[in-house]
Design a protein. Sequence first.
Length: 410
Amino acid sequence: MNEQPRLHTLPAIGPEEVGLATAGLDRLSAVMQREVDTRHVPGISMLIARGGRIGYRRDFGALRPGGPALPGNAIFRIYSMTKPIVTVALLMLVEEGRLFLADPITKFVPELTNLKVGVESDGKLELVAAKKAITIHDLLRHTSGLTYAFTGSSAVQKRYGEANLFTGDPANAKDFLTSDLTTAEFIIELAKLPLIAQPGDSWDYGHSTDVIGRVIEVISGQTLGAFLDERIFKALGMSDTAFSVPAQKYERLAEPFPADPDGGPPVALIEMRTAPRFESGGGGLFSTMDDYARFAQMLYQGGVFSGARIVSRKTLEWMTSDHLGPNVRIGTPSLLQPGHTFGLGFAVRREAGMGQTPGTPGEFFWGGVAGTYFWVAPKEELFALMMVQAPRQRDHFRQLFRTLVYAALV
């Protein structure tokens, strides 16, 4: 176990002073150390802040199997924890009057005109016309009908799995082919595939945020990476967050076990030693614990960090509200538990009960397929982050971390 110093902009303090029980944190540390000792994960980093102050920050295990101790500045593949950042970026443009959520995406991405919806009937896939255009709102709340190959086994998802797309699946070697496409070319490939549901009808987790990334590029005239760096990363001091890892930082990249420790398939996470041509708004960023803590702190503080206003308080309130309502079917229930809904870029907890772990109504969160995870609970004045590279164990670690963090609250 390696205890790290505080962040430059987040003061560290004794856990009891921020309402964290020392005994509960000791239990959290002991459990995660056991996970490392039993070779369930090479290494794991955790941070808990309350009232804007760090009450707990620990790193356990190794940077890579058989490698050095996990450092505080380790770089992790955060996959879908890219989505909240890209969503914030788009809402910044909304605040500038550059677009509306009611806009059809064809206004910015005409390649996605005349999309078809796949309907399975008698073992065959029938393609029918979409009844309405996908809107920016649909992309932000994942009701576009775009899907991922790895979230199910429907005929439409099988089509996605056969396509030359970034699937988000750590075991899918085809993810590496995406580096041969530009973002614009990726959209062209995506437009060849059917939707899994009519736009607006169903919450289906998928490539929606990749399209948001392209919308940002079209409106801003910049690459997605350049826009994020200029408008968010520099403003928050996120100096290690990018779509690739430069050579001088590669020794800090955290690695998983090459073979699943629970007997599953080999693990092959994305490798971006050079800048990719396709910057995936849905899952392409690398980041560190301290960098993402700055982003989470900004969210906790209502859109402000160290005097820098990223988004307004009301925009963030809007983002973390229920955007599904009672009439949207949940097409990917494994990712949206009972008692939860989805806002703009985040899952949102509606009820204290119903979920599989403790929680607070109004908290918002998301994670990445390699295991990284964070949540912000404004009513508890809490945010917590976990960085790990264990894709097949991600649900185990998320439930473990959330349960033990809430058990440590005074």
